[in-house]
Design a protein around this ligand. Structure first.
Ligand SMILES: [Zn+2]
Length: 281
């Protein structure tokens, strides 16, 4: 799943290319990406036609494309969803699922999704915040993000720090990659109980997540399998700057100890065994 920086890269690209443009025609080539639009693909095409996009927005890893009339299209990128700009008559690349043609001409917008875990759905009244994602917590890039409040909520949880970082209702936008990077930066083990953490330690790890995601955004995001791309099809290069994620056996950039990969929450967790010691039980 793309995390906050990769989704923000997409949002910025869309903001500069579709904001203020009116949809002239929509074509849905496969029903699966619009499965959340319960009245079907033909109705999705009909409903979107004639509307004008306002500036695309994001909360955490969730992206939506507001219309000027107060409704929105909620976009789930899933594992492999991509938006790409292309002229409407240009040859379709494989896995093109939906195309938008605009009243002012080229380029059009395409939604491409190989594995089809993602998709688009119309969200009535969703321009400000689609009700479908209203439970998602604010992310650290949000001007209204309240660090003290996030710290207080985190310390009240009877859980461990990595599970808390991945909880999108607590702080959104952080996935497996940036959680591991934040924990390394804060010198913290993933299984550290949140209830034993001081305010300062909890704030440090959340701030580390914000810092690492900001650096990733500067580098266009992280891309391991060329599925996370911007609207021109280019991938980011932050994976070259990762300290621990995907670096099993390679030296910790801080102390040189080989990075260890362990299973946690059914996924790989990477840590430095010296900088990030296991909590005592
Ligand atoms: Zn180390």
């Amino acid at each position: 799943m793309p995390e906050l920086p990769e989704v923000e890269v997409v949002r910025r690209g869309l903001a500069s290319s579709i904001t203020g443009r009116q949809i002239a025609r929509v074509r849905v080539f496969h029903p699966r990406p619009v499965r959340r639009h319960l009245t079907g693909p033909a109705d999705f095409e009909l409903q979107a036609t004639g509307r004008t996009f306002a500036e695309p927005r994001r909360r955490g890893k969730y992206l939506w494309l507001p219309f000027t009339d107060g409704d929105a299209i909620l976009a789930h990128l899933g594992m492999s969803g991509q938006f790409r700009l292309a002229n409407v008559d240009a040859p379709l690349v494989p896995n093109t699922r939906i195309i938008f043609a605009f009243a002012d001409g080229e380029p059009g917008l395409r939604f491409i999704d190989q594995r089809m875990f993602g998709g688009l759905s119309l969200s009535p009244g969703g321009a400000e915040l689609p009700p479908e994602i209203a439970h998602i917590g604010r992310d650290p890039f949000d001007p209204e993000f309240d660090l003290a409040d996030a710290v207080a909520r985190l310390r009240r949880r009877k859980t461990v720090i990595k599970r808390a970082l991945l909880d999108q209702q607590l702080v959104s936008g952080i996935g497996n990659i940036y959680a591991d990077e934040a924990l390394w930066a804060a010198r913290m083990h993933y299984a550290r109980p949140t209830s034993t953490m001081s305010r300062a330690r909890a704030a440090a790890v959340i701030s580390a997540a914000a810092t690492v995601m900001r650096r990733a955004l500067t580098n266009g995001g992280t891309s391991f399998d060329a599925l996370y791309v911007d609207i021109n099809g280019s991938s980011g290069y932050f994976d070259r700057s990762l300290a621990v994620y995907g670096r099993e056996g390679q030296p910790c950039p801080r102390c040189g100890t080989p990075i260890r990969r362990e299973s946690f929450m059914n996924r790989s967790s990477y840590r430095c065994p010296r900088c990030q010691r296991a909590p005592r039980h």
